[in-house]
Design a protein around this ligand. Structure first.
Ligand code: GLY
Length: 575
């Protein structure tokens, strides 16, 4: 594939907590089509499908399938996700929700602390083993994307062939997968497939591994689509693997799974229209609320990058995390007041809380809904086993897709070569109990039969007038919306080249815990200025991993500026 490497000068890149010079391969400009995923082989699979005549939907499907092979810590057929699709021919925007669902035997208190539980045992029940696994949505989601929007110029078997080849012939383990295996080392040993990849010290970076079982599963997907994953041999393998590890999922749970089509949410801010994920994601609401507040707080002459802007960013997010704990759940199972949460008068009331010189605690950002606004009880969650990808094709179609198995290597249980998700941990384990990311659990997000847990995933497309100008999204749990928004703003507002926007150090704040997180690259002056405003500043290795494609029009010529986050090994591909 032809690649025009960007002539980026010196980028301050944060690589797993370490500032290193950027590798220019993380950003490139293409003329016809582009794919940005967080693994080069996955981007490559998508680009090959585009080269063979496929469109953005076909390429996104190929990229997702490939990610499940080469990046099994972060996504795969045993997981689920969201796709925001822009079809250029009729300018339509469709949101496919293929998130995992709780099994029929789920109960509100299934993860409540039991007598004699240590903290670790109580927490692990929703993270590792059979009970942690929710009904996978990824096979149905990929099938729906192809059926609904695919070009029909490439077959499903062609789309799956790249992933199948990686699984059969093997691939070199990336730094990210190797590091991830060390984080979850002891837990991976409980599964035959995963344990087979491990050395004493995890999965070695650069080691060549294969997954013949997954190759067979992918071949089945190529021939028959999603059906065997929900009724048939693969469904049986999933139920058996989950039951053997203490889970409650049944064949009926799988047979009853359905992709949901939802209306994306959107809002105007900074002269652009931002379209993103609706509930059960909280990520879109977080980003849209924040953008509206930042616009309201904009100083004369507009924002400039610096401490004042970063202070405002942190303050713009806290209220939305408070709202998430109070109101978010699966809209098919709880009354989620999405419109009310984004209403102008509510944004205006929250805008008035802001103090330019002082960081305010989460309690100050609480804002009850007006009495006539629909109200649902509380909820939140997060992850690290997630992956975002963007595709723009030659016709102008755009796929923004975020997929997940939740935590690294999901439930650390495999079936038919697939890593099964632990998405049950995205439900609230108990009212008020913080999850792995410190977000308090709420009633609307307690596990219930057939419900989908609240997500942070925020696949997003930004428009100027009627034209799309950016596809963007991230992986990284509760930090997904804040990272997505920062990259988009730095690129669109401050006009930074996309590779550079991606590399700029980020901040994160979610109210609870009250700490303002800064990446290592945030300079001392900014840290000091935040500290003077009362921020409890703490350094974090990374604030999520972003993939993006900016669509630039110069004299009627389209340029696709694609970038994959150097924090996670990705590289874009295109032509
Ligand atoms: N499991 C990641 C998320 O949905 O936010």
């Amino acid at each position: 594939m032809r690649r025009v490497a960007l002539g980026l000068a010196c980028l301050a890149v944060v690589l797993v907590g370490q500032a290193t010079p950027s590798r220019p391969s993380h950003a490139a400009v293409y003329a016809r089509y582009a794919v940005a995923a967080d693994h080069p082989l996955a981007s490559d699979a998508g680009a090959r499908v585009l080269a063979a005549g496929g469109n953005a939907a076909d390429a996104a499907a190929a990229t997702m399938l490939a990610l499940g092979v080469v990046s099994p810590a972060s996504s795969g057929l045993g997981g689920g996700g969201f796709a925001l699709y822009y079809r250029a021919s009729d300018r339509s925007l469709t949101f496919l929700d293929f998130r995992e669902t709780a099994p029929g035997a789920a109960t509100n208190d299934m993860f409540a602390r039991r007598e004699g539980d240590t903290d670790e045992v109580a927490a692990q029940r929703s993270m590792t083993g059979g009970l942690a696994v929710a009904v996978p949505g990824e096979p149905a989601g990929i099938d729906a994307l192809i059926a609904r929007f695919g070009s029909r110029r490439v077959t499903r078997a062609q789309i799956a062939s790249h992933a199948e080849r990686y699984a059969r012939e093997g691939f070199a383990v990336s730094r990210y997968v190797s590091d991830s295996s060390r984080v979850a080392l002891a837990l991976l040993r409980g599964d035959t497939l995963l344990a087979g990849w491990l050395g004493a010290d995890g999965i070695a970076q650069g080691a060549r591994i294969t997954n013949p079982q997954l190759a067979a599963t992918l071949r089945t997907f190529g021939r028959q689509g999603a059906a065997p994953f929900y009724r048939g041999a693969i469904a049986r393998a999933i139920v058996d693997a989950v039951s053997a590890r203490g889970g409650v999922m049944t064949a009926e749970d799988l047979a009853g799974y359905a992709v949901r089509e939802r209306t994306p949410i959107s809002r105007d801010a900074f002269g652009r229209r931002w379209v993103s994920a609706p509930p059960p994601s909280a990520g879109g609401i977080t980003m849209l609320q924040s953008l509206a507040l930042l616009e309201a707080w904009q100083p004369e002459g507009g924002w400039r990058e610096g401490a004042a802007f970063r202070h405002a960013l942190t303050q713009s997010w806290i209220g939305s995390y408070v709202d998430r704990a109070a109101y978010l759940g699966d809209p098919d199972h709880a009354d989620v007041p999405t419109a009310a949460l984004l209403a102008d008068d509510r944004i205006a009331r929250r805008a008035a809380i802001f103090d330019r010189d002082r960081a305010l605690p989460a309690e100050r950002w609480e804002l009850p809904l007006a009495p006539d606004e629909t109200r649902a009880p509380s909820a939140p969650p997060s992850d690290h086993g997630t992956s975002h990808l963007c595709v723009v094709d030659e016709e102008g179609n755009i796929a923004a897709v975020t997929t997940t198995v939740n935590l690294l290597f999901g439930a650390r249980v495999s079936a038919a070569g697939m890593v099964l998700n632990d998405e049950m941990d995205d439900f609230a384990r108990e009212l008020g109990a913080p999850n792995a990311f410190g977000l308090p659990g709420g009633a609307a997000n307690l596990p219930r039969p057939g419900a989908r847990p609240v997500s942070s995933m925020a696949p997003t497309i930004v428009f100027e007038g009627s034209r799309p100008v950016m596809c963007v999204g991230a992986s990284g749990g509760s930090r997904i919306p804040t990272a997505t928004e920062q990259v988009a703003l730095v690129s669109l507002l401050f006009d930074a080249e996309i590779g550079e926007a991606m590399s700029r150090p980020r901040v994160h704040q979610q109210g609870s815990p009250a700490t303002t997180l800064v990446e290592r690259g945030v300079d001392t002056g900014t840290r000091l200025a935040l500290w003077r405003r009362g921020h409890d500043v703490s350094e974090t290795p990374t604030v999520a991993n972003v993939q993006t494609i900016r669509i630039v029009r110069r004299d009627g010529v389209v340029e696709l500026h694609a970038a994959s986050d150097p924090r996670k090994d990705g590289e874009p591909r295109g032509e």
